[in-house]
Design a protein around this ligand. Structure first.
Ligand SMILES: Cc1cc2nc3c(=O)[nH]c(=O)nc-3n(C[C@H](O)[C@H](O)[C@H](O)COP(=O)(O)O)c2cc1C
Length: 138
């Protein structure tokens, strides 16, 4: 972790409940990454980062628009970087896994996980403990 990841940016889009933002900031705190809310940023120097982690909530089976359009617009700059995706959603089990695969496929990201609050234990930061397991694999 840290050394192997190089410079990491977490680019996320979040809704009213801010679940995705909470996860993004928690992960950033653990690995020393920079976070950017894609609904708010105007400037971002992608060259400064080796690893980009995208985070999004899900509405009606789809990732949030700012994430979709950022990836569409910056595809060539993302091509030589390590890219990861996390999804914050309400579906778990088979439904959650299928949704995660569908969304990852749509965004063209193979390294994807989902976090679902339902049935998962929360740590002190109110974040799913599965997030801790995910970070360990970075
Ligand atoms: C209108 C609406 C539609 C949703 N649709 C889905 C869905 O299709 N699949 C899913 O797993 N979660 C769905 N959710 C749950 C959110 O994706 C989940 O609560 C997520 O953590 C929200 O992240 P945010 O707080 O960053 O926006 C939906 C939530 C809302 C409010």
């Amino acid at each position: 972790m840290g050394e192997t990841m190089g410079n990491t940016a977490i680019l996320y889009a979040t809704g009213l409940t801010k679940n995705t933002k909470k996860i993004a900031e928690y992960v950033a705190g653990k690995i020393g990454a920079d976070t950017f809310n894609l609904k708010e940023i105007t400037m971002l120097d992608l060259d400064a980062y080796d690893t980009i982690v995208f985070g999004t909530g899900i509405h009606a089976g789809s990732p949030y628009k700012p994430v979709v359009s950022f990836i569409e617009k910056n595809g060539s700059q993302l091509a030589n970087k390590k890219i990861k995706l996390f999804i914050s959603c309400m579906f778990s089990d088979e439904k959650g896994s299928k949704q995660c695969l569908d969304v990852a496929d749509r965004l063209g990201i193979s390294d994807a996980v989902y976090f679902c609050k339902k049935g998962e234990t929360m740590n002190a930061a109110g974040v799913s403990t599965k997030v801790d397991d995910w970070i360990k694999g970075f």
